[in-house]
Write a protein that binds this ligand. Structure first.
Ligand code: PMP
Length: 433
């Protein structure tokens, strides 16, 4: 049998770091990444045949679990009809209609193949529609790896950002302002001084790239007001939260708390493709008319709206829009968080968690962090030991303390009970700091 270690060594010879996306390399937690051979329902099996309860779900898409029969059937049928045509298909129209049906702020969407592409296109559209250059993002929010978005905050208040990646010239990020998440003062200040130059403010409304941090309600409300007053567009990056925290995404959660709230532009990915490369961005018909071929903002893609991917996405959306789906999923997810919290309490380990719909996060600290700096100051050593302890017991959590976790409809009560039992064992070993 091939071992994970031998595959990792082989992989590193031909793929940088042995992986096609950095977090998979286990750099944050150390150890050997598991090479996954197959998955079914809530489980994944690695190259050595070890089974894991999967709390990553491909980083969000697998909301129904792996290999749901109805989704598999739709994908198989679509594949028989052809992989890709480079011409329009009925299924793209159906998927667009389905997304719009659940997200009232969106009148039109364009389908693309990755969250990165969707986020990058949304920024271009916002800039094209407003005729402005500056964009605002928040530290700890990830919107894909487009050059202008690989930025960290400068030293002063509301300064221009610095590239977080080599290969991104400072000039390319000179229009990107990076602010602290949940910091009202900073957003007020930036709009006061530069409001009329800002094309858009982009946010992860429930940030899953700094574990799990909610944008506070007054923060979202105030950004929406400021954007409206200054003619800037409010972009909700729902690549992770869309169709994951609720059928209508995080925006539906905030709309319940802020009467009349809607973002201007929405970005989707992950769940809408059900595990296939598919993402989308959308907004009002008026703004979407700015896109080529109708308007001056260029955007395109050879595999955009791919017929097999749209079949997978459509079959997924059909199943998750059944009544009660999110109530059950939300209860399961919160049961995981509650169980982990109880295990930590029993062991006397500082711990706090939160969830919304099928997305959750937890921290080895006493209260829920409100921004990236606080997340990164939580107990990394304890997190890493917890991660490995759980992995050894067959529970696959995100291999970095700044990533969210995901529960699927396929996770059973027995899976959750087994997860919590494992957590009790591992937490007991974490008592000493
Ligand atoms: N936005 C958010 C909120 C994400 O979580 C991600 C990916 N984790 C992206 C954008 C980029 O998506 P992709 O990896 O499909 O390019």
């Amino acid at each position: 049998m091939t071992s994970n270690q031998s595959l990792f060594e082989r992989a590193q010879r031909v793929i940088p770091g042995g992986v096609n996306s950095p977090v998979r390399a286990f750099r944050a937690v150390g150890g050997t990444p598991r090479f996954i051979a197959r998955a079914q329902g809530p489980y994944m099996w690695d190259a050595e045949g070890t089974r894991y309860i999967d709390y990553i779900g491909s980083w969000g898409p697998m909301i129904l679990g792996h290999g749901h029969p109805a989704v598999l059937d739709a994908v198989q049928k679509a594949a028989l009809d052809g992989f890709s045509f480079g011409a329009p298909t009925e299924r793209e129209v159906e998927l667009a209609e389905e997304i719009i049906r659940h997200v009232p702020s969106v009148e039109q969407v364009r389908l693309v193949s990755s969250g990165t592409e969707a986020g990058m296109s949304a920024i271009r559209l916002a800039r094209g529609a407003t005729g402005r250059s500056k964009i605002v993002k928040f530290e700890g929010c990830y919107h894909g790896h487009a050059d202008a978005l690989l930025v960290k905050a400068g030293s002063g208040l509301a300064t221009f950002g610095f590239p977080t990646s080599a290969g991104v010239p400072p000039e390319v990020v000179q229009h990107t302002l990076v602010l602290e998440y949940n910091n009202l003062e900073q957003i007020e200040e930036v709009f006061k001084t530069q409001g009329d130059e800002i094309a858009c403010v982009m946010i992860e409304p429930i940030a899953g790239n700094m574990n799990f941090v909610r944008a506070q309600v007054p923060f979202v409300k105030r950004i929406a007001e400021l954007c409206q007053q200054h003619g800037a567009l409010f972009v909700f990056d729902e690549v992770m939260t869309g169709f994951r925290v609720a059928l209508g995404g995080a925006q539906s959660v905030y709309a319940k708390l802020i009467p009349g709230f809607q973002p201007d532009i929405s970005v989707f990915g992950k769940v809408i493709g059900g595990g296939m490369p598919l993402a989308a961005f959308g907004t009002s018909r008026k703004i979407m008319q700015q896109l080529a071929p109708l308007g001056p903002v260029y955007q395109a893609g050879t595999l955009s709206g791919n017929p097999v991917a749209t079949a997978c996405g459509l079959a997924t959306l059909k199943l998750i829009s059944q009544p009660g789906f999110y109530d059950t999923l939300g209860a399961k997810t919160q049961a995981v968080v509650d169980g982990l919290t109880a295990a930590a309490r029993a062991a006397g380990v500082p711990f706090v968690g939160d969830s919304q719909g099928g997305m959750f996060g937890f921290f080895f600290t006493d209260s829920l962090p409100q921004n990236y700096g606080v997340v990164m100051a939580t107990d990394k050593d304890r997190f890493n030991r917890f991660f490995h302890g759980m992995l050894e017991r067959g529970v696959y959590l995100a291999p970095a303390l700044y990533e969210a976790g995901f529960v699927s409809a396929a996770h059973t009560d027995a899976d959750i009970a087994a997860t919590i039992a494992a957590a009790h064992d591992v937490m007991a070993t974490l008592h000493s700091a």
